[in-house]
Structure formats: C-alpha cells, structure tokens
Design a protein around this ligand. Structure first.
Ligand code: HEM
Length: 238
C-alpha cells in the first residue's frame, strides 16, 4: 500500500508537469494563430511552412486548441478523490464539460491530420490517427459506462482517455529531449514521437489501471471469474 501511495504521488507530480507543458504549448500556438488573425503580416502565413499551416487554418486550429485547453484544466480535477467524495454534482458537471470538450478536440485532431496536413511522413499520420481514434473511443466508453453506473469501468476508460490526451505533452517533452540528445533530424524525431508520446502514456495508464484496480468497487456487482483450483487464490480486498 505504501508503494501504491508513493506511485500515486509521483504520478500526480508528472501529470501536473505535463499539464503545464500542454498549457504552454497551447499558449504558444494561440499567440501565433490569433496574432496572425489580427495582423496578417504578424507571422508566417506560407501554407507549406510548419507555422503557416496553422495560421491559414485558424478556425480548425482554434477548434482543436480551445477545447484542448479545457481538457488540460478539467482533466486532473476529475481525478481528485475529495472532489468526487464531497461535491459529486461538481464532478458530474465538470465531467460533462470535459467529455464534450475532449470529443470536439479529438474530432478536430482527426480533421487536422488531413486538412493541415499533419507534419511528418505517413508514419506520423498513421500514429496520430490511430491514437486520436482510440482517444475518442475511450471517451465514449467512459461516458456509456457511467450512464449504466459502472463506476470501475468508467474510471478505467477515463484514465485511458486522459492519458492519451496528455500524450500531446509527453510528445513535446520527448521531441525536445531527442532533439537535444540525438543527431537525428527534426522529421525523423517528429515521426518517432508521434507514436512514442501517446504510446508511453497509454502503457503507463494500463499499468496504473492494473495496480490500482482493486480499490474501486462497482455500484453494480461485476461477475467474478473463478480461478482454477490449481492456482493460488487471491486474498479478500481490504
Ligand atoms: C489524442 C488526442 C490528440 C491528437 C490525436 C492530437 C493531434 C494533433 C495533431 C495531428 C496536431 C498537428 C500537428 C502538426 O502537424 O503540426 C496537433 C497539434 C496540437 N495539439 Fe493536438 N491532439 C490531441 C490532443 C490534444 C490536446 C488534449 C491538447 C491540449 C493541450 C492538444 C494540443 C495541441 C497543440 C498545442 C498543438 C499545436 C502544436 C504546435 O504548436 O506545434 N492536442 N494535435
């Protein structure tokens, strides 16, 4: 139990750092896109350059980043145990805003991949499309489970969805680290982190779901699968 508490504390520190990175990347991109909307000569508007792709698609960019901002702010809040215990209505309402914002950000991400189009090679396109689709699937699964009062499954799918959305911040950190410590070019690194950023978060989320699963009970009893008698039987949960 002490180990689980330590892992949980480290997890919170990492999440807060990643949220900070996510918010900074939104702020940076918004500054350039809104600046260009207000003054076309402000920054790069060549549609083939990295920044120009965003600047010539301001509505699409904003429909990804504004709900992405809400995702970053509300996501961690949804996982605070005390908020759920004391203010369940607040958890419900901020959860609804979180899910709607995340769905909009996720659908916009899929449009971005073809409309901007996404930077990098086919590898990056496949990576972000795959993880963007799993992100949307996880959000919908989480929503439909809570509608059926299946709290344990709702929690697990919310962890997956949040981890995947936060993957964009892990992507950023890995991009900077690989640029600083390897000799690979920007495109090779970009294509790599387009997979590695989201995959890292999804793997960590799966491990956390597995090690913390015992702590959450469903309001509806879940059928338990019996283990073969030849295997050691688990002791009852405290
Ligand atoms: C799984 C969910 C997500 C997917 C698949 C996704 C996908 C993408 C894609 C394809 C781009 C364009 C990259 C390019 O070619 O320049 C992009 C840009 C961006 N996304 Fe997302 N995104 C997701 C979630 C989020 C969230 C939750 C945020 C909130 C922080 C976010 C923030 C950004 C930012 C700030 C950019 C601009 C990057 C830059 O300035 O270089 N994304 N995203």
């Amino acid at each position: 139990m002490a180990l689980k508490n330590t892992i949980e504390k480290i997890g919170w520190v990492v999440v807060i750092l990643l949220v900070f990175v996510g918010l900074m990347s939104i702020a940076g991109r918004l500054y350039v896109v809104v600046g260009t909307m207000l003054d076309a000569s402000f920054i790069e508007s060549d549609p083939t350059s990295f920044d120009g792709r965003y600047n010539v698609n301001p509505v699409l960019t904003l429909s990804h980043l504004v709900p992405g901002f809400l995702f970053m702010l509300l996501g961690p809040f949804q996982f605070i145990k005390n908020v759920r215990a004391k203010w369940i209505q607040l958890h419900r309402w901020s959860g609804r805003v979180f899910i709607v914002s995340s769905l909009i950000a996720g659908v916009a991400a899929l449009v971005v991949t073809v409309r901007l189009p996404v930077f990098g090679n086919l590898s990056a396109l496949v990576g972000v499309t795959l993880f963007g689709t799993i992100f949307l699937f996880a959000l919908l699964k989480a929503y439909f489970h809570i509608r059926k009062r299946e709290i344990a499954q709702h929690r697990e799918w919310m962890i997956r969805a949040f981890a995947l959305g936060l993957g964009i911040a892990t992507f950023r950190v890995q991009l900077i680290l690989l640029q600083s410590f390897t000799d690979y070019g920007f495109v090779e690194i970009w294509d790599t982190v387009a997979w590695f950023g989201f995959a890292t978060n999804l793997i960590v989320a799966e491990i956390w779901i597995n090690v913390s699963r015992g702590g959450v009970k469903n309001s509806k009893a879940q059928p338990q699968m019996e283990l073969p008698s030849s295997l050691p039987q688990p002791s009852a949960q405290p």
